[in-house]
Design a protein around this ligand. Sequence first.
Ligand code: ADP
Length: 376
Amino acid sequence: MAIATAEDVLTALKSVKEGARGEDVVALGLIQGLVVKDGHVSFAVEVAPEEGRTKEPLRIACEKAVLAAPGVRSVTAVLTAHRHGGPQPRRAGLNAQMRAEGTPQAGPRAQGPEGVGAVIAVASGKGGVGKSTIAVNLAIALRGLGKRVGLLDADIYGPSVPRMLGLKGKPVSKDGKKLEPMDAWGLKAISIGFMVEEDQPMIWRGPMVMTAITQLLNDVAWAPLDVLVVDMPPGTGDAQLTLAQRVSLAGAVIVSTPQDIALIDARKALAMFKTTQVPVLGIVENMSTFVCPHCGRESHIFGHGGARETAAKLGCDFLGEIPLHIAIRETSDGGTPITARDPQSSQAKAFVAVAEKILAKLEAGDGRTAPRIVME
Ligand code: ADP
């Protein structure tokens, strides 16, 4: 059977009528952030905040209509509500929809769980580019800049934060309601790895990921925090998209290595955040320059400067370069990240420089603000 296209999905959605005049949900501009990949479909149904809960039947109707379309394997539909303004009717049709997707709209800055100043996502288009290494060291660097920082490891494919922070044991609950985050290097930390057995293969589907992440966000005693860093699962599939749509992110940091092949994936990650209207704080180039620990000579194993060029081309900020250095690998894999172990080293300072830029952007409120997404 042919795999469904975005056009097929929109055609199916046009059968869902809404409101007194019986217009379809596509014509009304209620469908947002549509992503169709290998027959897996996700989108948001935008409703006015005061309608919130009452629109659940509409969400179900949309989901059913799409699921019935040929070539659709799975559907994740979420209700979203703009706190200010509500949905704006847009022109019907695929082109209008696509234009709408890439256009961040003005609104208040997204907020995290109660008592948390800002939630930022560290993301990458694919695995192995050093996303977790960056997330961990950025969190510690932000802590070093005087902020109260938490780290949520949401990398369902390979939760590595416990290992990188040297965390042992499992988190406990003092009051039987909220889980206490673990303490490491001045951070409050929780990993999705604590919820699954190590070495046990686990297939996560979008809704399962969301349940787990929602719990880790809301049922953990995070407060008070200035920044919560989320180590996202790598890639731009269902799980990532749902996460980006449902978690109130203040911004996203995209990690890439300099070579073309990784940058293509980084572009996909960038597009995903634009689709979900999460402001991209910028791109970090990891494994940028290799300085030989013996002779001190620089080489560019994966090339150099590719992420800076990509950022410029795509109109997003470049946040800095992290060198490829054995001390970074040894310290993060050994549970004593370089930013904690040797904050005066040039490698740690590279992380601090990125953290300073991120902080400046968060504190400035950044021009590209995201609408608050309300979870129902
Ligand atoms: P990801 O989260 O993208 O899958 P990781 O952060 O787990 O990637 O990094 C993969 C491996 O690369 C780890 O062993 C890590 O220590 C190493 N690594 C990451 N960044 C660097 C760097 N800048 N220099 C040296 N090793 C690095």
